[in-house]
Design a protein around this ligand. Structure first.
Ligand code: ATP
Ligand code: MG
Length: 658
């Protein structure tokens, strides 16, 4: 079994956070302003709360010293940061404190709620943006990116962005403001004691950088391991039958154990580092608390040292020192260290969120499929004299509408289905040549069959006609028009394609057939099913055309799925058809029946048929034999048999190519 899917965990691009914030701001200015205002008010409330707490201490201390019995009603001296003298009592202070905290609750509820709503709305937009951009990406993108990795952008990575926007960024803003606010007040109260706080902070930052950095690295590695585990599970579910057939359950388990062990290792290291960081920071904070208390007392007992405090008070009584300086300072210090701890916790989420956002932006930055086409497909009404005019009705006659930029005129070319591939070379990856000098001339109404061994390049030719991949200018012409000039949607509208891999979607049989042309009536769907010879088996399904198909049509046989895809092409009723191995899984008896329907479908239309069973293409106007990307023989069945070349050998030898 191939190894599990591995996502690339390249460093996040620079400026990712800036880009994220910019795009948030673009969509939710009003909400973000409300959020920021209420966030700032909540921070202010917290700071005020601690100042009020110190006022309460002063009042209570004074009440005790003055021996007054009416601490709730009496009037006591207090001072706001030793600047504004106040005469107040406990009742007034408690009412003020309640009002302040009440306001705090309202603000904090508002910003939390607003951020939660903004985040979800933003992620909703983000997912839609990614999905719609993904649909515009060239097929090449999906050749080079694994499904699992793309899918986990929508789950894992989006979730790290949620964490970043709704928790980490607001937390960092609030922490930053609180820390600065605390520091200013602390400096105001005592420079010496603030110095202890600053030293302690340096230690905490170092701890965060060293141990937190380690944790972040392992958390990002853990994310990579999660996606590997997801890949292994996904692969073993999709390949379940193959695993069972070859009895590889043991190996599959071993593969799983390997990635699971890696996840275990990374998560353990990440969590150990993460869990150590917080207690270390917490203990640094506790030490600071004790140091400050001791330092405060030393300062108090050493005359002449207060002048280092900006408050400039000296020779104060112990109660003033205690209530006005030490208690508020210690409270602020607690708040300060809590916030620094909080900040260090967010670092990991920021690293993970930035990495996730960077990968999502990478998807959005992928260059979408270019479409410089300006020639469009229009319905026309034919007049008896052979002329025609454009109409909005569905007439089943079409023309290419070709506006000329130079003189502003428009010319119409009737769609005939003349497709010329002129000496095309092609490579998927720019290294290995897949097609060499391939020329195909399909005249209107002709049936062109492509045969050749597996990997010869048959599907590749059709990939170029419907422009899944682009080639250099001018090599493929459709009714004389360079297909690069035709709008991709219109080009594909003109082609009824049955792809080699049948894809059915979750929905009813009716809906799956109607996928070929969304405005088809029920009768048209029934008709198409009859052409494809699918009608009978569909009617035998439990709910007939209303039977739900799920899991890519898992409840149908391979041949039945092919019949539905033929019906889908029949309902599309396009003027040119491309049928890639349309009947490969159908039994020979049914095939003969389907062939009749297909002949009817192909009548009058240019058709490219790819078939391994040569019996199905004997009536083709031209048969092209491909070998390693080159056309080695061409002609109709009889002339090729006469040539007695490769085709003859294939036909007389095995009837089937390998
Ligand atoms: N998306 C792709 N990226 C790179 N190489 C590709 C891609 N698709 C096909 N090829 C290569 O191009 C060559 C031709 O493939 P193609 O699918 O055209 O073969 P085919 O003739 O349709 O074979 P089959 O009969 O098995 O369907 C193969 O060698 C294949 O490895
Ligand atoms: Mg093929």
């Amino acid at each position: 079994m191939p190894g599990p899917r591995i996502r690339s965990y390249a460093r996040p691009k620079k400026g990712t956070i800036k880009r994220l914030i910019k795009s948030l701001w673009k969509h939710f200015k009003f909400e973000l302003i409300i959020s920021l205002i209420t966030l700032f008010v909540s921070i202010l409330v917290n700071l005020c709360g601690s100042i009020f707490a110190s006022l309460i201490t002063q009042v209570v201390t004074n009440a005790v010293i003055e021996g007054a019995p009416h601490v709730f009603t009496g009037s006591f001296n207090a001072s706001l940061l030793n600047i504004i003298p106040l005469k107040t009592n406990l009742t007034q202070l408690l009412i003020a404190l309640s009002c302040i905290y009440g306001l705090g609750v309202i603000c904090s509820w508002t910003w939390n709620r607003t951020m939660a709503v903004v985040t979800q709305k933003y992620l909703n937009l983000f997912r839609i943006k990614m999905f719609s951009h993904m649909q515009k990406l060239p097929i090449k993108y999906f050749d080079t990116h694994q499904n699992g990795a793309i899918m986990s952008l929508y789950t894992n990575d989006i979730d790290t962005i949620r964490q970043l926007i709704s928790q980490s960024l607001p937390n960092i803003i609030s922490t930053g403001v609180t820390v600065i606010g605390c520091l200013m007040v602390m400096l105001f109260l005592s420079i010496w004691m603030s110095l202890v706080v600053i030293l302690g902070t340096v230690a905490m930052v170092l701890n965060t950088k060293i141990i937190g950095g380690r944790a972040s690295r392992f958390f990002v590695a853990q994310q990579a391991s999660v996606s590997k585990v997801e890949g292994a599970i996904e692969e073993s579910i999709t390949g379940l039958k193959v695993i069972k057939v070859f009895t590889h359950e043991e190996d599959s388990l071993k593969d799983f154990e390997k990635v699971n062990d890696e996840l275990y290792g990374n998560s353990t290291k990440a969590n150990i580092a993460g869990n150590i960081m917080m207690p270390i920071n917490g203990n640094i904070g506790n030490f600071m608390y004790v140091f400050i208390a001791i330092l405060g007392c030393i300062l108090y007992l050493t005359p002449g040292t207060y002048n280092l405090s900006l408050t400039g008070f000296r020779e104060v009584s112990p109660d003033v020192f205690y209530g006005l300086l030490l208690v508020p300072f210690l409270m602020l210090c607690r708040m300060f260290t809590n916030n620094i701890g909080n900040f260090s916790q967010q670092v990991t989420f920021v690293v993970m969120g930035t990495a996730g956002a960077s990968r999502c932006f990478d998807l959005l930055d992928e260059i979408s499929e270019t479409d410089d086409g300006y020639v469009t497909l229009v319905n026309i009404k034919k007049n008896p004299d052979g002329t025609f005019e454009e109409t909005s009705e569905r007439t089943r006659d079409y023309a290419w509408k070709h506006p000329h930029k130079a003189d502003g005129t428009i010319t119409y070319t009737e769609l005939k289905g003349d497709i010329v591939i002129d000496n095309v070379d092609f490579s998927y990856d720019g290294k290995k040549t897949v097609l060499k000098g391939v020329s195909v001339y399909a005249h209107p109404g002709q049936q062109i069959a492509l045969v050749g061994a597996t990997g010869a390049g048959k599907t590749t030719i059709t990939n170029l006609i419907n422009r899944f991949y682009d080639i250099a200018d001018g090599k493929i012409r459709y009714d004389g028009i360079n297909i690069n000039k035709i709008k991709k949607d219109d080009l594909r509208h003109s082609l009824g394609v049955i792809l080699q891999d049948v894809n059915l979607f979750t929905g009813t049989v009716m809906e799956n057939i109607r996928y070929g042309r969304l405005d088809a009536t029920d009768e048209e769907v029934y008709e198409a099913a009859k052409i494809a010879n699918a009608y009978d088996f569909i009617m035998r399904l439990p709910q007939g055309f209303n039977t739900m198909l799920s899991g890519d049509g898992a409840n149908l046989s391979q041949g039945q799925r092919q019949l539905i895809s033929i019906a889908r092409a029949a309902v599309a009723d396009a003027p040119v058809m491309i049928l890639d191995e349309a009947t490969s899984s159908i039994d020979t008896r049914t095939e003969r029946l389907v062939q009749k329907g297909m002949d009817q479908l192909m009548k009058g239309r240019t058709t490219f048929v790819i078939a391994h069973r040569l019996s199905t293409i004997q009536n083709a106007d031209y048969i092209l034999v491909l070998d390693h990307g080159e056309i080695i023989e061409r002609g109709n069945h009889e002339s090729l048999i006469e040539q007695k070349g490769t085709y003859y050998q294939l036909y007389t030898g095995a009837f089937e190519l390998e």
